[in-house]
Design a protein around this ligand. Structure first.
Ligand code: DGL
Length: 258
């Protein structure tokens, strides 16, 4: 099937996955869609979210005529992947917290999970921990404020140090913790600030590369990039349009959720 690979997130977080995809598949045409009208997803109620994600993704898939959908959002993937796969005839690749690689990397067997409030509490996430990190202590930290800080950063502002420090503090209570999972696609974009804010070196793990690898296996026919690629938003935002341009996307079109 021809067409771009559509990357979807609530906001700019999916751009961390775009970065990994550009690295792995530099020739592939991408499209980007975000539900910026309803950002952040992490503090919203599950039943509402499932309907909303379904409506926005269906509209974005139709508008982009894509060959595959990458749900570049842990909060959406840990909840709505099955629903999307049931109603779409194209491959759907999800993003879930990188618990498995983190457990593989941790020497002390104490890992941290930094994600949205929704993701840290999801049965899907708890099952990942039981399946792949049963012998680890896992300190889960809901850090929804970092979603806002990432949005500010991508819009050209400097993240607030105090907010970053406060959000990360629960991770440092036990000196044994040696690996932190960035379980929200927004957070890799903040990585240089997170590393700087950490009181000691730890290993930071995100899902970007693994998703890009998965996409390269699933999408068998790559449509080549040509000029500006399409992008879609659910609320007009001048600054967001300019930032998307930096990642190769054309000025965003307004999407009407189906
Ligand atoms: N980027 C999204 C994730 O990976 C969530 C951000 C939000 O709360 O909207 O979970």
């Amino acid at each position: 099937m021809a067409g771009p690979i559509l990357v979807f997130d609530s906001g700019v977080g999916g751009l961390s996955v775009v970065r990994a995809l550009r690295h792995r598949l530099p020739e592939a045409a991408l499209a980007y869609a975000c539900d910026n009208a309803m950002l952040p997803y992490g503090t919203r109620e599950d039943a509402w979210l499932v309907e909303r994600i379904h409506a926005v993704c269906l509209a974005a898939v139709a508008a982009s005529d894509c060959s595959a959908l990458v749900v570049a959002c842990n909060t959406a993937s840990t909840l709505a992947l099955d629903v999307l796969r049931e109603c779409l005839a194209i491959p759907v690749v999800g993003t879930v917290p990188a618990i498995k690689p983190a457990a593989r990397l941790s020497r002390t067997r104490h890992i941290g999970l930094l994600a949205t409030r929704a993701t840290v509490a999801r049965p899907y996430t708890l099952q990942l921990i039981r399946d792949f990190a049963a012998d680890c202590r896992v300190t889960a930290v809901a850090a929804d404020v970092l979603v806002g800080e990432t949005e500010r950063l991508v819009a050209g502002e400097t993240p607030k140090w105090l907010t970053l420090h406060q959000a990360l503090t629960p991770l440092w209570e036990d000196a044994e913790l040696d690996t932190v999972v960035l379980g929200c696609t927004h957070f890799p974009l903040l990585a240089p600030w997170l590393i700087e804010a950490a009181p000691r070196p730890v290993t930071w793990v995100d899902s970007g590369e693994a998703i890009a690898r998965r996409v390269s296996h699933v999408v068998t026919r790559i449509t080549p990039r040509q000029g500006k690629e399409p992008s879609f938003v659910t609320a007009p935002d001048e600054r967001l349009g300019r930032r998307l341009a930096r990642f190769g996307f054309g000025y965003p079109r307004l999407l009407q959720p189906l």
